[in-house]
Design a protein around this ligand. Structure first.
Ligand SMILES: [Zn+2]
Length: 303
């Protein structure tokens, strides 16, 4: 090829490359809507929550490991005497801070031998009706439902949050709930939260901001440790399906008792329960009453 012909090819190529880099820079930086500081690191979310500018997973892990060690050493050096044990202890968020007619539906996926099902009918209904929801997912459920988990995490209707590693009540000294022995030390509290936290961020590229323990029980010291790990503890003020034991009529009635700013606790891992049917009956009625459905990210949370 002659020198002049080469230039004819090279210049447009160069110009095109410059244009592409400029546009990608411009769009990345123009759409920033929300900057979060988590564990001392800036994480920038774009308008579309899927485009996140994060350090690499390897970097995140080394950062997280160093921070976790510091937090563990600090809490272990204190003498700790929790005085509260239950679902509504100090520091647990139970509602949205608003009088707007909004409801946050939250669905747990608990995992384990009796809790690894997937309520496809429920999720299909939410998608078909464009109802957003916050999903609290346990590590054992993720391991049993990898591809469904990935698909849910990529759906902009849903946020994936942390429902623990072994689904344990969160205690610094072995508190028990519903016959299940909880974590027994600061170290076990941290492992219960962070093993699933790292699993979720490894698969999805996004770190959950909210934690709910298996059984939704805590002592107030454990809640403070979770806060130190960069997460807020979220329970509920409407018991939607009582661990997926309610009939569809009971689920419907629970949902209809929602107030402005309610957080409803439901399950997405028991497809034979009354949960999906109750929700399908209640949602149109709530919408007629003027309620809209939101996620835990749309409002501040309060106790
Ligand atoms: Zn659960």
């Amino acid at each position: 090829m002659k020198r002049s012909n080469k230039m004819i090819v090279i210049f447009p190529l160069l110009a095109f490359t410059l244009l592409v880099s400029f546009l990608s820079y411009y769009f990345k930086h123009d759409n920033v809507s929300n900057t979060t500081i988590l564990e001392g690191h800036h994480i920038i979310y774009s308008m579309n929550k899927k485009e996140i500018l994060l350090p690499s997973i390897e970097e995140q892990h080394s950062i997280a490991q160093a921070d976790i060690k510091d937090i563990k050493n600090r809490w272990e050096s204190e003498s700790l005497h929790p005085t509260q044990w239950g679902e509504q202890v100090t520091g647990v968020k139970n509602k949205l801070e608003t009088n707007d007619h909004v409801i946050a539906l939250t669905f747990d996926a608990c995992g384990g031998p009796y809790g690894s099902g997937y309520d496809e009918k429920l999720i299909r209904y939410l998608r078909e009706n464009n109802i957003p929801a916050t999903l609290f997912i346990n590590a054992r459920w993720i391991k049993e439902n990898r591809s469904v988990f990935l698909e849910l995490s990529e759906d902009p209707l849903f946020y994936i949050e942390n429902h623990g590693t072994e689904h344990l009540p969160l205690s610094i000294n072995g508190g028990t709930a519903w016959g299940i022995s909880g974590t027994k030390s600061v170290e076990e509290v941290i492992a219960e939260v962070m093993e699933n936290q790292l699993l979720i961020s490894e698969i999805t590229g996004r770190k959950p901001s909210f934690f709910r323990s298996g059984t939704a029980y805590y002592d107030e010291v454990a809640v403070n440790i979770v806060n130190d790990l960069g997460l807020s503890v979220v329970n509920y003020n409407v018991l939607g399906d009582a661990g997926a034991t309610f009939t569809s009529e009971q689920v419907k009635n629970s949902l209809l008792a929602s107030q402005p700013g309610s957080i409803v606790l439901l399950h997405m891992n028991q497809p034979t329960s009354g949960t999906a049917e109750g929700i399908i009956e209640a949602i149109p009625i709530l919408q007629q009453q003027g309620f809209e459905f939101v996620t835990l990210y749309d409002y501040s949370l309060s106790e």
